[in-house]
Design a protein around this ligand. Structure first.
Ligand SMILES: *[C@@H]1O[C@H](CO)[C@@H](O)[C@H](O)[C@H]1NC(C)=O
Ligand SMILES: [Zn+2]
Length: 431
């Protein structure tokens, strides 16, 4: 196992052959890239070698033992023949994923032409979201405050808005867009915040009075802007030139960079890092190495100190997760988390029948350390920290690309879940 993994490190640098365009005028295209679902046989140690040249979109977890991976056209024959040789079963789900991306873009564009105003019938650009946030303090004077929490690696301002209708409220923090391609998280979080501002539903009005609400809708501005060029980009955009002989790789996974058991699930025998900057889950050169991570942490510890519930939005697979990600050992308050989790997923199901799994990150997804929720609970002492993996379900084809017509239904059911979460958390004395 060890030797295979060391080999996988050696092949790693030569393994990323998807050439990433750096020119925003010239988007990365996925013409004739095929999406495969693969059921591995002999453990994760050989995965990198078998999958070299591909882009892993999802990994096995308790809901599903398979990988989803994109393979460029020129590698497909070799990939399939390799899988046959090692007798891993696989299925080809789509022969040209660019069509799925184009469809989402087209619908967004049509709605943009039709509406022109800020709406949740389409996905919004970073600039539109920032304009919307900057307008809120004037629209809701004395209620909404805008914070610039600092610049991203590429120099983009990063904004948080706060809604407060009463002094000394406990606070709820909504964080989204840490992973750039998870567009639905950004749209859902802004929809919920807008409901808190505009809804006349007495339950929602009460929530907006009783709690302060913080929203960070785009936690990874550079990555989000870059998804206009490469729709499937996940990390931030910090460049790493490992050697003049090798292609430059970009990006740190901002949901692996936090200083709580940092990189623990990413070490071979507890020593060697198993990921490089070319990998999708590269946790950074050190804990909190990224400016986006530091900006958010500084804001939380300086301004959002009354936060009692921290909610992190990701996509996809319809699961509700809670700490911790690096170990199977359950946190002491696990039973309370499970009670709250049960109420939340039941409430999500009521409106459209959407089914969620729930449990700790380690149990339900896979071993992963350095996430925001683990850090906010483990280091910042926020008593409740949950992560939603929004629609679609685990079986979706190209789940990061979600039709804009699903933004509002996703947002509605998620807000139903959050209301139930707050209800149960109050019963248990957290809020
Ligand atoms: C949560 O729901 C599951 C499945 O319905 C149940 O077995 C479990 O006892 C519930 N947990 C708590 C803490 O209520
Ligand atoms: Zn994510």
């Amino acid at each position: 196992m060890l030797s295979t993994r060391i080999i996988s490190i050696l092949v790693l640098f030569s393994s990323v052959v998807i050439v990433k365009s750096k020119d925003p005028q010239n988007p990365v295209r996925y013409d004739n890239f095929a999406l495969y679902r693969v059921w591995p046989k002999n453990g994760p140690s050989t995965i990198k070698e078998v999958f070299k040249g591909g882009l892993i979109l999802s990994q096995p977890n308790i809901q599903s033992p398979s990988y989803d991976i994109l393979i460029p056209p020129q590698n497909q024959l070799a990939f399939e023949s390799e899988l046959r040789t090692i007798q891993w079963s696989f299925e080809s789900l789509n022969q040209n994923v660019q069509e799925i991306i184009d469809e989402e873009r087209l619908i967004s564009w049509i709605n943009l032409q039709a509406g022109g105003t800020y709406s949740w019938n389409r996905y919004q650009s970073y600039k539109e979201i920032v304009d919307w946030m900057q307008g809120l303090p004037n629209q809701y004077p004395g209620v909404v405050t805008l914070f610039n929490i600092g610049k991203s690696y590429e120099g983009r301002d990063t904004f948080v808005v706060k809604l407060s209708r009463r002094a000394n409220n406990p606070a709820i923090f909504l964080e989204a867009g840490i992973h750039a391609r998870e567009w639905i998280t950004i749209a859902t979080s802004t929809w919920i915040f807008n409901q808190l501002l505009t809804s006349t539903d007495p339950d929602v009005v009460a929530l907006a009075l009783k709690y302060d609400w913080y929203l960070l809708p785009v936690g990874n501005p550079d990555g989000y802007v870059y998804t206009q060029t490469d729709r499937l980009w996940r990390k931030n955009r910090k460049p790493f030139l490992l050697s003049p002989l090798l292609p430059q790789c970009n990006g740190v996974d901002l949901n692996r960079n936090w200083n709580y058991h940092w990189r623990e699930t990413d070490l071979i025998l507890g020593i060697l890092p198993s990921t490089s900057p070319c990998d999708e889950t590269y946790p950074g050169s050190s804990a909190m190495s990224e400016i986006e991570t530091k900006n958010l942490d500084n804001f939380i510890k300086t301004y959002a100190t009354q936060t009692k519930l921290y909610i992190s939005f990701h996509s996809y697979s319809q699961v509700l997760l809670w700490p911790e990600g690096h170990t199977a050992t359950r946190i002491t308050e696990y039973n309370n988390y499970e009670k709250i989790g049960n109420e939340t997923v039941e409430a999500i199901k009521v409106r459209y029948g959407t089914e969620y799994e729930r449990g700790s990150i380690y149990e339900v997804m896979y071993a992963a350390s350095g996430s925001t929720v683990d850090y906010m609970r483990g280091v910042r002492g926020i008593p409740l920290a949950f992560c939603f993996e929004l629609r679609p379900g685990r079986d979706a084809t190209m789940g990061f690309v979600l039709d804009p017509s699903q933004i509002i239904p996703t947002s509605e059911e998620t807000f139903d879940g959050i209301q139930a979460m707050i209800g149960e958390a109050s019963v248990l004395g957290y809020l």
